[in-house]
Design a protein around this ligand. Sequence first.
Ligand code: ANZ
Ligand code: ZN
Length: 881
Amino acid sequence: MTKIYDHAQVREFWQHVWEQENVYELPDDATDPTYVLGMFPYTSGTLHMGHVRNYAITDAYARYRRMCGDAVLHPMGWDAFGLPAENAAFERYTDPETWTQSCINRMREELQTMGFGYDWSREITTCEPEYYRWNQWLFTRLHEAGLVEYKAATVNWCPDCETVLANAQVEEHVHDDGTTDRVCWRCETSVGRRDLDQWFLSIGEYAEELHEDLEDLEGWEENVREIQRNWIGRQEGVEISFSVPDTDEETVSVFTTRPDTVYGATYLALAPGHPLTDELTAKDDELTAYVSALKEREPSDVGAEGWETDLEAIHPLTGESLPVYVGGYVLEDVGTGAVMGVPAHNERDHAFALEQELPLQQVVEPADGPVDISEEAYTGEGQLIESGPYTRLETEAARKQLIDEHEAFEETVTYRLRDWLISRQRYWGTPIPIVHCEDCGRVPVPDDQLPVELPKFVQTTGNPLEAIDSFVKTTCPECGEPARRETDTMDTFFDSAWYYLRFLSPDLEDAPFDQELASEWLPVDVYVGGEEHAILHLLYIRFFTKALADLGLLDCREPVERLLTQGTVLHSGQKMSKSKGNVVAPHEYGAETTRLFVLSAAHPKQDFEWTANNVGAAYDLQQMLYGMVTDYLEATTIRTEALPRDEYVDREIDRTIEAVTAEFERLRFHRAVSEIRTLARLFRRYRGYRTPQENVWRRGLLTLAALIAPMAPYLGEELWNKLRGDGLVVQADWPTPASPVENARQERRLVETTIDDVRDITEVVAIEDPHRIEIVVAPNWKFTAAKRAADFEGPDEAFLDYVLTDELEGEAGARAYVTELKERRAELEMPLGAGREHELLDRARWLLEDEFGGEVVVWQATAADELAGKAKPGKPAIEIE
Ligand code: ANZ
Ligand code: ZN
């Protein structure tokens, strides 16, 4: 029998068996399955280490829950639309569909090689009309619900590719003279800004709920919730309205978080895109040119540039007139798009005022005395000065009073979250199901005409859809006259915002998902993916869930109960990536070794470094387990009667089961692997020491096979099969302890510290070959004292009186021991008991004999013994000769 395990030789066999037995398929009538989901991959054509890590986690958890008896939904699909497929098609003279399909086939095979157990009967592919028709259907429902808007937006535009670019597709180019340029990632042409009519989803309407519900997402890591909170950017503040004579609106509202500084306002500034700015540009060509130049630039580059208008604003409290500017630093989509300038107390206003030579008016003084605001704004709290009737009030109190006393002050909440721009001027996405008709306007395509299918691809610059007449030219669904089809396609984040629902009923033909199943099977129990999705995807999926709930399609309002964002796999200190040339392919070290390694390397949230050494350790563990099983099968001498050391090893099996189970629940697979490794090493010693006992030996090996199976499934099956000859480990029950393990940790600690102590002593006194080691358990009275001490809950002063009973006081050294207990009070735990300690140490005797040689005896001290003074509960005395 060969003792080297090679998963490549057994892989196909087990895959075949799993398929025959249908072990991963979840029937539609399953009740309340555990839904385990990994973020489905973009179809780039190859699996990278980030995928392997992500899917190794979900697979291990799914397999574990299945062995625990749950019905498990663990599906896989393809995020198959997106610009790179168009580029790849362009370079390879093919079309995006053919290209994507070949990528999918490659990746599916890679996933199968890795041994991931998916319910492939539920596979979904977002670029197929069967899927994207439901994107269109959902778009239409959102449109009906008033959550879709068509409006002008300033976007990045590449004149050469003739398309909008996402911010992430704009690169910074540094010229030789140090100046920089924003260029297209594909053709390096300078990117401009353009105002274009675009489709938006009104995610802003859900800003409050998206913010509020983060509080209850206890299964999400706090850092992800915090990132979302910042992105939503909820801010409480006040709108103050200033009247601005000689304008259409007659007033301008500003948003501020510091209404208490209102007496320090020395000007008003409008964003370049503010409606009042528009009103002015209509009458002033010079201003128009100035404003459109400003809009071309990043607001952060604009510094303190501005334009003084002829308007004046009336201060609502003093009646003074203030100049009105168009300010490059004022953001159109923050607050109201207008600010009151308080240069003395706001840094950006300060810079603007210096540049524009506007006055500084200090109105807040810090508690510890006057400050000089000529160089720098004072932005802290304090006491009001020069503020009319509010002078001398604390800033906080002033804010309350101003809001209470003036109608021009209105409390409000603003959000940083912007509406979601879903238009892309690209081919490889879901066509937005709208027809532009001269008479009827923008008409949604009726449901019975969905899907609007993508026409055959053509090679062209710009958006291929615009070049395909047969696609563009259509008739209006309302009036039947000739009309134009919308040529924008959807952002692919739309596809992934609801894909988790499609897995419930992937073949359903009359709805995007089965509502009954949804109400029973959702939310997703565990969702795992890259931390880079903390904002966009994870916000969109939450938004969709809430919007669909409001449409009456869903009855849950959060998609994911427990979220894990896994860390990055590094190589030479950097994220593995093609462009850095530091990629290790998943199969380079063997698929199963790789998945076991990525699970064992670190806490799933932590980044870790790929090193060949550590991969070797994962390989060695597999070989060790395999070798142990073949060795067992070949063993000829067998012992049946049980000795104390067998009890010890048996108990270690229970402890390991308990520990591994807890680590699986916490998704801490690295700890699970190290528990398994520890037990395997113990078994190797047990076997090497003297003939093992048949039942314990066999139970240990079967347990190891079951515990490793979710992480190394081929190996798990091999071991299981060799040991049992029938049945599958994927379908086996998760092991449970044979006896209760409530004190397991404490017991293990007793044995470990005792062995450590023996080791220390032999080193300190340099005894190479001890011929006798005595382990002496503390006398009974010390256990009595330690128990009373652990029980006691009163104040420190009463401790001695309570613990030191009359009876105990009779023992020599009792007062000193109880005093010591009092000092360690915070860390005391209930002792195991003298009898139990004795029993445990006796069972562990063989470990000492094995390590140190000689004879080992364990006995309990009585009060009279010399060693009684040294021995304590949890810490026996040790005597070595
Ligand atoms: C007056 C004021 C006085 C402000 C003061 C601050 C301090 P932060 O600073 O992050 O809390 N603001 C409002 N709308 C803006 C816009 N559209 N573009 C740029 N800035 C804008 O954000 C709130 C502050 O940002 C607001 O409070 C406003 O300046 C500025 F001593 O108003 B403040
Ligand atoms: Zn029409």
